[in-house]
Ligand binder design. Structure first.
Ligand SMILES: Nc1ncnc2c1ncn2[C@@H]1O[C@H](COP(=O)(O)OP(=O)(O)O)[C@@H](O)[C@H]1O
Ligand SMILES: [Mg+2]
Length: 322
């Protein structure tokens, strides 16, 4: 297969952590062509999506004493072409959030790809449909009590009811802007004003789940099925579990409850073309559905001695040939 990956600048990727690199490596190992490009290097010409594509060779990371060892000069660019993306069998859209206006423009260009020729993972329409925080609201049976509002009095009433909540900006990632708020906080008004930009922007307000101290579980979901999970446990004085803010990763089982959550999501994920997502589960509740560039594969592979990247590529082989 010929595979294109739309990623952030490759020299900024961390081969020991980034799922995009793990999938690219797996593709190469399984004998496929790996091409990369960036969202701003897409062009629409006469109703077709084109891109500046670079052919890349990777030196796969190696597991040494439980850590990924990165080989020097881990990637090598062979040559570049300007070509229609429909020459590819699949395109992985893996640009990191935030979802900005230029990001959305890139998805409109990806809309021009004929799905009978090239699979886009995740579907550009799905990427626009699924705000990573708000998408979960479609599955009320498996999420904690959650409100989205920019109205201070509505938020105040909810916090009084719940006593303690988590405030989340709707476009954030990696713990950015996540706040803990409880009744009686002396910064109560100010925190709401700042997070709603003085009532101009809605924010997510979610019942605080005390189970968060036992971990925020990332479950990798491929075509509606959970294929791996890793726990992220807050450390030190930090209440957030995200790896980016020092959350400690630990092996964890995929439970019946996790599978139940996936089963609730799966039909809608299919409709929305969200083939590869990372869901966050705290205390058995779905808190987030990451669709843009979910991560976690490197950690799961390292802790469980598996290769989820290979599973993704093998699934893709079947999908593309079937
Ligand atoms: N309802 C909640 N109760 C307790 N802690 C939460 C809750 N929601 C999120 N958190 C904490 O905040 C962190 C980030 O939340 P999340 O919704 O996954 O946003 P993101 O990862 O995009 O920043 C989680 O790792 C978790 O530690
Ligand atoms: Mg998260």
């Amino acid at each position: 297969m010929k595979l294109a990956f739309i990623v952030d600048p490759i020299d900024k990727l961390d081969p020991g952590h980034d799922t995009s690199v793990a999938i690219m490596e797996a593709a190469q190992i399984l004998g496929h062509e790996v091409w990369i490009t960036e969202a701003h290097q897409l062009t629409a010409i006469d109703g077709k999506a084109w891109a500046n594509l670079l052919s890349v060779r990777l030196k796969p990371v190696e597991l040494v004493e439980g850590r990924w060892q990165i080989i020097e000069n881990w990637y090598q660019i062979d040559h570049g072409v300007f070509a229609p993306l429909e020459e590819m069998d699949a395109v992985f859209m893996r640009t990191d959030p935030p979802v900005t206006i230029p990001y959305l423009y890139a998805t409109y260009i990806l809309d021009l790809i004929d799905p009978t020729k090239t699979l886009v993972i995740n579907s550009p329409r799905g990427l626009r449909t699924a705000n990573e925080k708000m998408y979960a609201l479609q599955f009320p049976s498996v999420i904690p009590h959650t409100l989205v509002s920019q109205d201070k009095s509505v938020i105040r009433k909810f916090v009084e009811e719940k006593q303690a909540v988590i405030l989340k900006p709707l476009g954030g990632k990696a713990g950015e802007g996540i706040l803990f708020l409880q009744v009686g906080d002396r910064n109560f008004n100010s925190l709401i004003e700042i997070s709603t930009r003085w009532g101009q922007e809605p924010v997510m307000v979610q019942e605080f789940l005390p189970a968060a101290k036992e971990g925020d579980k990332r479950v990798i979901v491929l075509d509606g099925e959970s294929i791996g999970a890793v726990n992220r446990i807050p450390t030190g004085n930090e209440f957030r579990g995200n790896m980016a803010v020092g959350g400690r990763v630990a092996p964890v089982e995929i439970t019946d409850r996790d599978r139940e959550i996936c089963a609730v999501l799966a039909p809608q994920l299919k409709v929305d073309g969200l083939y590869f997502v990372g869901i966050d589960v705290i205390g058995g509740y779905l808190t987030e559905v990451n669709v843009t560039s979910p991560t976690g594969i490197r950690e799961i592979d390292r802790l469980n001695n598996v290769s989820l990247g290979k599973e993704v590529i093998q699934w893709l082989q079947k999908f593309v040939s079937g």
